[in-house]
Ligand binder design. Structure first.
Ligand code: SF4
Ligand code: SF4
Length: 430
């Protein structure tokens, strides 16, 4: 599917099996994962070594069926930290997806592949009947059973469906600066529609006509976590088909969830390397803040406000945080960026019953204590749905997407309670 077919992938692996610095990363981003999962086999370098031995076939002779390689990759969060921080840009998340695709050929996949890997398939069905879905997932007793069936950690809360998903309530309005396609991903559309509504309001304020794709689409990010690459490719083909007219007309795609938007910039061009349209779609895809800064948006002011800003791993690795911070600072927000690395949730990883302890240990290294230490008037800002879940669960604070911060400023709605603790029955305190 990806790099193993290409010599470039092997070259990177050869180079990566090098000195210790590669486990640490230039910005220290790799350290949290490496420290939380000690042992060479759980380091990026150790994983590279095992993959290389698997491909050579001398020491590891089972090829794609190797249990040793599977075990080493099992605790990789697929955060793409190594992609940006390692000098060789080894992309272990990509290798993991490809390995799992081969490893599970002709085998039964874990139940999490159905419950979490295929969430883009079943969320539209469940989201059409949110009360019924929430009855099964939020009622004590039934929720415990649902978690056991789905392989979700009992300590976690299954996200609740919103009463009305964003795409059913959005009404496009004309804008003087032309159309944009707002990518309302599965998570923000069905679980946190206020984030997408806030983004639509901000883009309309910036002068754009906010359109949605003509059909309900999912980028397929969760497929990669379980090596469901045939399904991931099919999802991308469908997206390219549905968006073709708009993309060829030059309409930008603006997204909210870094994990989803990085699919367009990264996996899309990896899976369709010779497709000019795929490259065009990748180039026209932007995170909200990147797009607004690029277009010279004058954001509303939010003087005297302090924000603790946590960067989603894929955002840091694929898009960078520069525009995000520039926009907040232009608003007058005093930004504190903790050296938080990864929050430990990493999409489905932290929901998995077998990974819960490790997920929390990674969160407790830096991010969760930093959030707890922030005073109640400090906004906690992060764009990742998973990061927001981890912060709510681990530090009992409601983090905001930058779209929500912009909307608060636009509406003049910032109050002392804006960043108060959410009432969540799953919140834990260290
Ligand atoms: S993707 Fe993340 S967890 Fe996996 S090896 Fe790279 S840095 Fe480590
Ligand atoms: S949930 Fe956020 S911080 Fe955690 S791995 Fe994902 S992106 Fe990184």
């Amino acid at each position: 599917f990806f790099f193993f077919k290409q010599k470039a992938g092997l070259d990177v692996l050869f180079r990566f099996v090098g000195p210790e610095i590669f486990n640490r990363g230039r910005g220290g981003h790799l350290v949290p994962r490496f420290q939380a999962t000690p042992g060479e086999m759980h380091s990026p370098r150790g994983r590279s070594r095992l993959l290389l031995e698997m491909l050579r076939g001398e020491v590891i002779t089972e090829g794609w069926r190797s249990e040793a390689v599977k075990e080493a990759l099992d605790l990789c969060l697929a955060c793409k930290g190594c992609r940006s921080e390692c000098p060789t840009h080894v992309d272990m998340a990509t290798y993991k997806a490809e390995f799992l695709a081969h490893y599970y050929e002709g085998r039964r996949r874990p139940r999490q592949a159905w419950s979490m890997g295929r969430i883009g398939r079943w969320a539209p069905v469940a989201g059409a009947l949110p009360r019924l879905a929430n009855f099964f997932t939020q009622t004590p007793g039934l929720a415990a059973l649902a978690k056991r069936i789905a392989g979700i950690a009992p300590q976690r809360r299954i996200p609740a469906f919103a009463d009305v998903p964003f795409d059913r309530r959005h009404r496009p309005r004309r804008g003087s600066r032309g159309p944009v396609l707002l990518w309302a991903d599965t998570f923000n559309n069905y679980f946190l529609p206020e984030t997408a509504a806030a983004a639509a309001e901000v883009l309309a304020h910036a002068g754009y006509e906010v359109r949605l794709p003509q059909l309900r689409l999912c980028c397929g990010r969760p497929f990669y976590d379980f090596g469901l690459l045939d399904e991931a490719k099919a999802a991308l083909r469908r997206i390219m088909q549905v968006l073709r007219e708009d993309i060829e007309a030059g309409v930008p795609v603006v997204g909210l969830e870094p994990a989803c938007m990085s699919v367009f910039r990264d996996e899309l061009v990896n899976l369709f390397p010779d497709d000019g349209f795929a490259r065009r779609l990748a180039a026209q895809t932007h995170m909200l803040a990147d797009f607004l800064v690029r277009e010279g948006y004058e954001p509303p002011r939010l003087e005297g406000v302090r924000a603790l800003v946590h960067g989603h791993c894929h955002q840091k690795s694929v898009f960078g945080m520069e525009a995000e911070l520039a926009l907040l600072r232009k608003m007058g927000v005093d930004c504190v960026v903790p050296d938080s690395g990864c929050c430990g949730m990493a999409g489905a990883f932290g929901f998995d019953a077998d990974k819960y302890t490790l997920s929390m240990a990674i969160g407790e290294r830096a991010l969760l204590p930093a959030v707890r230490a922030a005073d109640a008037n400090t906004l906690v800002v992060t764009n990742g749905y998973s990061c927001r879940e981890q912060i709510a669960h681990g530090a009992a604070r409601q983090a905001l997407h930058i779209a929500e911060v912009l909307r608060l400023a636009l509406r003049g709605e910032l109050t002392e309670n804006t960043s108060s603790a959410p009432q969540r029955d799953d919140a834990v305190r260290a």
